[in-house]
Design a protein around this ligand. Sequence first.
Ligand code: COA
Length: 219
Amino acid sequence: MNNNDYIIRLETEKDYHTVETLAREAFWNLSVPGCSEHLFMHALRQHKAFIPELDYVLEKDGEILASVMYSESELVDESGCRRTVLTMGPLCVLPDHQRCGYGKALLEYTFAKAVEMGYDAVINFGNPDNYVARGYKSCRKYNICFEGDFFPAALLVKELKEGAFDGRKWFYYQNDADAICDDEAAVEEYDKLFPPKVKAWQPSQEEFYIHSHSAIVRE
Ligand SMILES: CC(C)(COP(=O)(O)OP(=O)(O)OC[C@H]1O[C@@H](n2cnc3c(N)ncnc32)[C@H](O)[C@@H]1OP(=O)(O)O)[C@@H](O)C(=O)NCCC(=O)NCCS
């Protein structure tokens, strides 16, 4: 897509390091001191759930300013019936270019591509502030939860096709592409491929803690 100001195009192998550097800049110290999203991207591209046809970057004047990736995850209902949904993420925009509409443009472009590919819903864990304007709703509204009937406040669902969910309860099983990020030594090792950066505390980490540990307990 070319709107005369920027282009949205598929990521290529030549972009990998640039895109991971972008992610590192966008996520550094945001949720925890440092970040692991650059390693997550590296692992995700090699994971069976990864969808290369939905791996897009936004480029302006030859510089990649934003990136989005998707993978497949599974919903299982109480009778064991399974269906595939999209898991969105990472989504990131270079810090100096945030809040200019690039994240919105990438999401809207890739949602349309996902519909063409036959997907009917996107799920991701994130700060609702970033997603409600894109039509995401709380997982509770669609009766989608984790095992144990846990409806995380940060579990957000976007119907790509109206009526994608019929009210029955679905349990969400996210693919394990980010499992490597729990390995602190692996994160440290991968980070050595990038210029040194200082880990620090910032208030957004407390915001992340609150969002990621909260549940919607009443309809
Ligand atoms: C979150 C992120 C991807 C959003 O992309 P962006 O290009 O900065 O955001 P956009 O300008 O496209 O705005 C998207 C929405 O954010 C909200 N938003 C925009 N400006 C805002 C502001 N100044 N304050 C609060 N919310 C704002 C709006 O809901 C907006 O949608 P709308 O314009 O339809 O109302 C980007 O800021 C980012 O990379 N942040 C760091 C990494 C991250 O948090 N990634 C998401 C993981 S959950």
